[in-house]
Write a protein that binds this ligand. Structure first.
Ligand SMILES: [Fe+2]
Length: 415
């Protein structure tokens, strides 16, 4: 035992002595010695432990990225927004030159670029592949990811390649829902020129899994909304049918209102709101008794008071559905007048939502150009003259001008 201890203690003593001498000579600082020890410790850890630490840090970074991305796409509305988030975030995190997301066309099975980010994003806007075509088509039919670090060495994939943006180095992964392909996520070469690894492929597969779920949820949401809207539109049609004189009224008001909104430069989302509001604008009449709603003669003041409630009732019905909240105000104010003499709130001028001002013109034009039990319909020219006469009193002059321009260019819209 002693034979072991003596040389070790002697060695330790000499080591400390040398270090102390170097400190006192001013060549070395005490902290340098600590640093020496740390370096020695690190050297002794290499390569296994340090590699393990790097791996751990990478997984933590990757996990944080996936959590953040999942949060972002879960809150996104519509497939275009989900797709845009996916390609932008993946391209940035993986530092690739390009990232492209394809979605399968449900009717044809073709692959269309839903979103692209990076160097070739603009040129890829209208890019598509027929079902099963090209490298991405092959990935979808095999339902397996594909990692290629040198396409030139792979004659088969090189021969079927139609996607120039992929270059020589890329990864392509399928988006699957219950085993069925709904799209593909592709990344082309890293900006650092580093090759792709199985870790990159695994990360992309995780993104693809999350993306597929987000697209599926978005589709279900759209389907539910479309079904609700269909039910409510059917109700509106039934309502119109109660009165033979107002048959197709909601449909006509919608057609005119959408045309005016487009003419006035509304965005597609705003036009969609107008379309929904047009279809449902009189839904509140559902609570009005037949003997009042269908009365052929002049209404008494009490009966008219009952009619005047329908925009408020309509607003209540419509606002019960979250996706129709933006429509509720338009429904409430479709009988307001520009001069403030309308109902239910007596709003005036630009205080009335533009969508409601549009519907007021469409509503009156359809009423004027259809027969009523107490009067014949006005001729087309007479109805237009009436719109002009009521500019600035009953109607917003800008809306009337736009509608008249539509009627002049396309008189068939009023048939
Ligand atoms: Fe109405």
């Amino acid at each position: 035992m002693e034979s072991f201890l003596i040389p070790i203690l002697a060695g330790l003593f000499i080591f400390i002595l040398i270090k102390l001498i170097s400190i006192f000579r001013g060549r070395r600082q005490p902290l340098d010695i600590v640093s020496d020890v740390a370096n020695a410790a690190q050297r002794s850890l290499l390569p296994k432990e340090v590699a393990g630490l790097e791996e751990k840090m990478w997984y933590e970074e990757e996990l944080a990225f996936l959590f953040k991305l999942n949060e972002k796409i879960s809150l996104a509305l519509g497939k275009s927004t989900i797709a845009a988030h996916l390609v932008e975030e993946v391209q940035r995190f993986m530092n690739t030159t390009t990232c492209v997301l394809f979605l399968v066309d449900e009717n044809t099975g073709d692959l269309r670029v839903e979103a692209a980010s990076g160097a070739n994003a603009k040129s890829l806007k209208d890019f598509f592949l027929l079902k099963g075509e090209g490298i991405t088509g092959k990935v979808l039919s095999s339902k397996e990811p594909l990692l290629v670090n040198d396409l030139k060495k792979n004659s088969y994939y090189e021969s079927i390649n139609q996607e120039q943006y992929l270059g020589n180095v890329f990864v392509s992964v399928p988006l699957l829902i219950k085993g069925l392909p709904i799209g593909a996520l592709n990344v082309a070469a890293k900006k650092t020129a580093a090759l792709f690894t199985s870790r990159d492929e695994e990360l992309l597969l995780n993104v693809a899994r999350m993306g597929a779920v987000a697209f599926q949820n978005s589709r279900l949401q759209e389907q539910i909304q479309a079904d609700y809207l269909k039910t409510m539109t059917t109700l509106a049609v039934i309502l119109d049918a109660r009165d033979p004189y107002t048959k197709r009224h909601s449909e006509n008001v919608t057609r005119y209102s959408v045309a005016i909104a487009k003419e006035m430069g509304f965005s597609p989302a705003e036009v969609e709101m107008i379309r929904r509001a047009g279809l449902l604008h009189d839904i509140g009449k559902i609570g009005i008794r037949d003997d009042v709603l269908l009365k052929p003669g002049k209404l008494t003041p009490e009966e008219f008071e009952q009619i005047k409630v329908h925009p408020v009732k309509g607003q209540e019905i419509v606002s019960s559905l979250p996706f129709l909240k933006g429509v509720a105000g338009l429904v409430r104010h479709h009988h307001e007048r520009y001069d403030g003499k309308g109902y239910p709130d007596g709003k005036s001028g630009e205080d009335i939502e533009l969508g409601s001002r549009i519907m007021a013109v469409s509503d009156s034009f359809d009423a004027m150009t259809t027969d009523r039990p107490y009067r014949k319909r006005l001729l087309f020219k007479e109805a237009v003259a009436e719109l002009i006469r009521c500019k600035a009193s009953q109607f917003d002059p800008k809306v009337v001008d736009n509608f008249i321009a539509i009627l002049e260019n396309n008189p068939k819209i009023a048939e």
